[in-house]
Ligand binder design. Structure first.
Ligand SMILES: NC(=O)CC[C@H](N)C(=O)O
Length: 224
């Protein structure tokens, strides 16, 4: 699997993500600046967490105009796998690659804590190494993680099994406890928790590793 980790001005998780998907999971991975205009040749594009363009206006609202975004859109429309984590999820919703929006947390505070999550859909390219109903613990670290979508959108998300991760104890006010979703085609996923911060015992847990292993399995076949 060849993975690109996008890097916007203000991203602060690109190196962590590179470490998780590269040396830890075993992919060929490299950092690609937001000024790039071509993403051909990659199997997976990762959109990292952080504060792209200082989170000015709204998280992700400026990043959606970055030079790399037309290439990211073309990559996604061609069926390439895209995973947006935290600010990456915010960027994907702002860009319209995923439905809904991330609002300020219910209590208007930045929350940084390990969070138990239920794997709702274990058939996706991002979660096939888990089992349905499995509870995993991943860190969250965000101010604007309160997922919102209108009722029709939420109903469609549920009907098409696009809700992939739900908070067990909703920390931020997200509609229907949603922590992560895919697009209808299933090749684009966004999630507020950080799987790359849970890939080694040294980090306090390895529950995030399954996401990168799932993608390795889908892109490269059997994963040892
Ligand atoms: N770690 C992150 O990506 C979170 C940053 C994000 N912009 C926020 O909502 O605070």
């Amino acid at each position: 699997m060849k993975a690109a980790v996008l890097n916007f001005p203000g991203s602060n998780c690109a190196e962590d993500l590179l470490w998780a998907v590269g040396p830890i999971a075993g992919a060929h991975a490299e950092i690609v600046p937001a000024t790039a205009t071509d993403l051909t040749g990659y199997d997976l594009v990762l959109v990292p967490g952080g504060f792209s363009y200082g989170d000015y206006l709204r998280s992700g609202a400026i990043a959606k105009f970055a030079p790399v975004m037309p290439a990211l859109r073309a990559f996604a429309e061609a069926g390439g796998y895209v995973l947006g984590i935290c600010n990456g999820f915010q960027i994907l919703t702002e860009a319209g690659l995923l439905p809904g929006a991330l609002q300020w947390n219910r209590d208007l505070t930045f929350i940084c804590e390990p969070e138990p999550l239920v794997v709702e859909n274990a058939t996706t390219a991002f979660t096939r190494r888990y089992t349905a109903g499995q509870v995993i613990t991943l860190p969250i670290a965000h101010g604007e993680g309160n997922y919102y979508a209108d009722d029709a959108t939420l109903t469609a998300l549920e009907a098409h099994h696009q809700v992939v991760l739900r908070y067990q104890h909703n920390p931020n006010g997200s509609c229907r406890d949603i922590a992560g979703i895919t697009n209808e085609a299933g090749n684009v996923m966004g999630m507020m928790p950080h799987p790359e911060r849970a890939v080694e015992a040294l980090l306090g847990g390895t529950d995030g590793l399954g996401m990168f292993e799932s993608l390795m399995e889908v892109c490269d076949g059997a994963y040892a």
